[in-house]
Ligand binder design. Sequence first.
Ligand SMILES: NC(=O)C1=CN([C@@H]2O[C@H](COP(=O)(O)OP(=O)(O)OC[C@H]3O[C@@H](n4cnc5c(N)ncnc54)[C@H](OP(=O)(O)O)[C@@H]3O)[C@@H](O)[C@H]2O)C=CC1
Ligand SMILES: O=C(O)CCCC(=O)O
Length: 482
Amino acid sequence: MSLNNKNLLRNKAYINGNWREASSGNTYDVKNPVDDSVITSVPDMGMEDVKKAIDIADQKFEEWSSMLAKDRSAILNKWYRLLMENQEDLAILMTKEMGKPLKESRGEIAYGASFIQWFAEEAKRIYGDVIPHHADGKRIVVIKQPVGVAGIITPWNFPLAMITRKVGPALAAGCPVVIKPAQDTPLSALAAAYLAEEAGVPAGVLNIITSSSSSEIGKELTTSDKIKKISFTGSTKVGKLLMKQSASTVKKISLELGGNAPFVVFEDADLDEAAQGAVDCKFRNAGQTCVCANRILVHEDVYDDFVEKFAAKVKKLKVGNGLETGIDIGPLINDDAVKKVIDLVQDAIDKGAKIVAGSNEPDGRFIDPIVLTNVDDSVEMFNKEIFGPVAPVYKFSNDDEAIKLSNKTQFGLASYFYSRDIGRIWKVAEQLQYGMVGINEGLISTEVAPFGGVKESGMGREGSKYGIEEYINVKYMLMGGL
Ligand SMILES: NC(=O)C1=CN([C@@H]2O[C@H](COP(=O)(O)OP(=O)(O)OC[C@H]3O[C@@H](n4cnc5c(N)ncnc54)[C@H](OP(=O)(O)O)[C@@H]3O)[C@@H](O)[C@H]2O)C=CC1
Ligand SMILES: O=C(O)CCCC(=O)O
């Protein structure tokens, strides 16, 4: 692989500042989803290794949390700079292991790094409170303290940003971390750990376990009494399991789970902007994003015009190996993902849907982006996260119906709508049962805003001033006898 900084391609896991084999000696291959070519192999760690990582992180808690906030901040800032200095190499590595187009990988490196920079600043602003006292001779003070060691489990679709969005606030608050990246994408995580070490993150404060036994590692992280916090991004099914397991030790927990985002186009919308917003929102990362539009709902008066504009743009998207120039859509992550997406399309076709762009005949893991019309809420994909480049366009007749359809799901992560009417904008934004609302905007992710969902999309917020609260305990002190 042609990286300028050859040190970024790691084939060992990282525990206590050492690059390590699994104690069993086992490894597994990391493959490029384009053609299954092996990039390298990494340790296939198990229970013994994760226990070691947890123990060392626990031992490091006192040292790391008692370091001056400005010193932790300086280390994080240096890590941010190193991530950005190595942006191109990290992007190549990411595209190789995950498949997203290089331009999107570059974007994710900058996005991922931005969380480290943001939380480097927040580290210095974990302020407490003085509360006006309730009785003479007493004073009330509130301080904020780090929760302790954080166990972090992340998915393959954002191999860097999902890690930095959790590790940034954890380290800023003073919490050491044990990270289990997705089995398919450990290399971005290991490269980031290498740069963290270069930046001066002390040994044992940041540990990475590579493993193909996610349930074993997850069980240990969620049940160990040394882990005080679990942060997870991934499917709702696994999130529920981790929540259940974490109950045994009553851990603080953040979950970023599945979504089923509505993207509503009202009759007064700017249709050109809405069509472009829908393309950006739906096809980012080949649709493999929890905040991607999953259901495009369009008012009947503008339905045909919107579909024409939208489909014309979709037909221009270029599908191929993400390392090649000009590619908009890379491969899906694996064969199961392709099958799931194509089965959902077939179900819709069986119920009367029409394909107006793209094709339901994949070329290996590549799917020509599909636009479907003539769909209603009886199709399976109305209720399921598609996680692929398929855009079903539903029709509605009035605002109440649009809101009802939008909220007809157990998920509540991101939602979007396009309108120019200020009254409608307020009403709809308030009535959408979602943690995030994009208004005349298809891309909402930024480190400065709180990312997170309601309902079965999870709990907790990442990024912004709220993100650090997930790694902090509030302590109230009452002083009497004054
Ligand atoms: N909200 C989001 O951002 C995401 C949503 N999804 C949704 O989930 C579907 C399935 O994707 P998938 O990658 O399988 O998602 P998972 O939820 O299975 O995987 C996410 C992370 O959890 C780990 N994991 C899996 N099972 C367990 C377990 N029992 N205990 C502890 N950790 C576990 C995975 O490890 P490993 O990789 O080793 O299996 C990975 O690190 C997607 O099609 C999509 O709909 C997926 C990814 C992200
Ligand atoms: O899909 C995800 O797992 C996270 C969403 C990426 C983003 O932050 O926009």
